[in-house]
Design a binder for this molecule. Structure first.
Ligand SMILES: Cc1ncc(COP(=O)(O)O)c(C=O)c1O
Length: 348
């Protein structure tokens, strides 16, 4: 990845575009089944660009509880995009909403004082729910319900690659009915920086202006796009990350921890004292974080089978003494990784 970055052909993406950036954007648009796409430095910027294009002041948007756009983007959906957030319970399973709930939430009583709900924001996989995946037919039915209720649909697919690999479907099968989609090339795919937001040609034209407004236009971006292109070549490797997450979950359960069965690369553990357990893990040399009142562990390309074994050994020294009560809350950190001392090209 680093040699590809060093050798990247570059232009000036703020002036008349960068060829490697364009190659990346076109490749991602193709993978997502979108007309066009735009590189952004982060997933957060990709999301806010989409939300700014969909929302106006006094308008509301729906999103499954715990969605990144609701809880982990500093409320920018409200104060930058002007949208009133309306979280939906996970009535379709962890991280998932049903078409019925969307239909119900989108219906206004007609009062002149009612907010206009104009957008449904989905997340696949759903990070805070533990990397849970929404299957193509579930996604399509929820998106269709939103469209029938005249809502636009944005899909936060920061971890869409994980969902696609877990479900054994092409990423484009998970974007049906979405007006805009954001994906990350960092995290599991290992690029040091870079996300992409995709949609219609008109949306991408507007998105480019919004990106400039947010200070996200970069000049010789090809250096970073080259990393993104290599990241896309790594998508199949995510399956091994998922297998390692399952091994980790099984090992934890065998050691007495209360663990959710992972669907992708995120392992959530129910503990009574999340902050205390994060600290105890760190002391033992295993880096974890707190999310939604749970302990979160992640696998990624920097983590090998040997690291999982080592981590389980170290966790064994901590012991599951604090697992009795689930759901204790703690401050939430954006991301965590197993701390193994390995050289990491990819961040989780
Ligand atoms: C679902 C989801 N969306 C968006 C983001 C934001 O991505 P970034 O950290 O690149 O801003 C994350 C990051 O963890 C995420 O999990």
């Amino acid at each position: 990845m680093r040699s590809a970055m060093a050798e990247a052909e570059t232009g000036d993406d703020v002036l008349d575009r960068d060829p490697t950036m364009r190659a990346l954007e076109e490749r991602v648009a193709g993978l997502l089944g979108a007309a066009d796409a735009l590189w952004t430095p982060t997933g957060t910027m990709a999301n806010i660009i989409a939300l700014m294009s969909h929302l106006g002041r006094g308008e509301a948007f729906l999103a499954p509880q715990g969605a990144h756009v609701l809880d982990f983007e500093l409320g920018t959906a409200a104060w930058l995009a002007g949208g009133m957030p309306r979280p939906l319970p996970h009535d379709g399973g962890p991280g998932k909403v049903t078409a019925t709930a969307v239909r119900r939430a989108a219906t206004s009583d007609g009062s002149y004082a009612a907010l206009r709900t104009v957008l449904l924001c989905l997340e696949n996989s759903h990070n805070a729910a533990g990397g849970t995946v929404t299957a193509p037919e579930e996604h399509a039915s929820v998106a269709a319900a939103a469209r029938a209720a005249r809502l636009a649909v944005h899909l936060d697919g920061a971890r869409l690659w994980n969902a696609a690999v877990a479900l054994g479907v092409p990423p484009g099968a998970l974007t049906v009915g979405a007006d805009t989609v954001s994906v990350c090339l960092s995290k599991g795919l290992g690029a040091p920086v870079g996300s992409v937001v995709a949609g219609s040609a008109e949306f991408v034209e507007q998105a480019r202006r919004l990106r400039k407004m947010l200070g996200g236009g970069v000049r010789q971006g090809g250096v970073m796009a080259a990393a993104g292109l290599v990241a896309l070549d790594n998508v199949d490797l995510l399956e091994a990350d998922h297998t390692r997450a399952t091994t980790l979950a099984t090992g934890l359960r065998e050691r007495g921890w209360r663990v959710r069965e992972p669907q992708t690369n995120i392992v959530l553990v129910d503990v009574a004292d999340v902050a205390g357990t994060v600290a105890a893990f760190a002391e033992a040399g295993v880096k974890a974080s707190a999310i939604g009142g749970k302990l979160r562990l992640m696998t990624h390309s920097g983590i090998t089978d040997a690291h999982i074994e080592a981590a389980l050994g170290r966790i064994g020294e901590v012991g599951p003494s604090s697992t009795a009560v689930a759901g204790a809350s703690s401050h939430t950190q954006p991301e965590s990784r197993l701390q193994t001392g390995a050289d990491r090209e990819r961040s989780a």
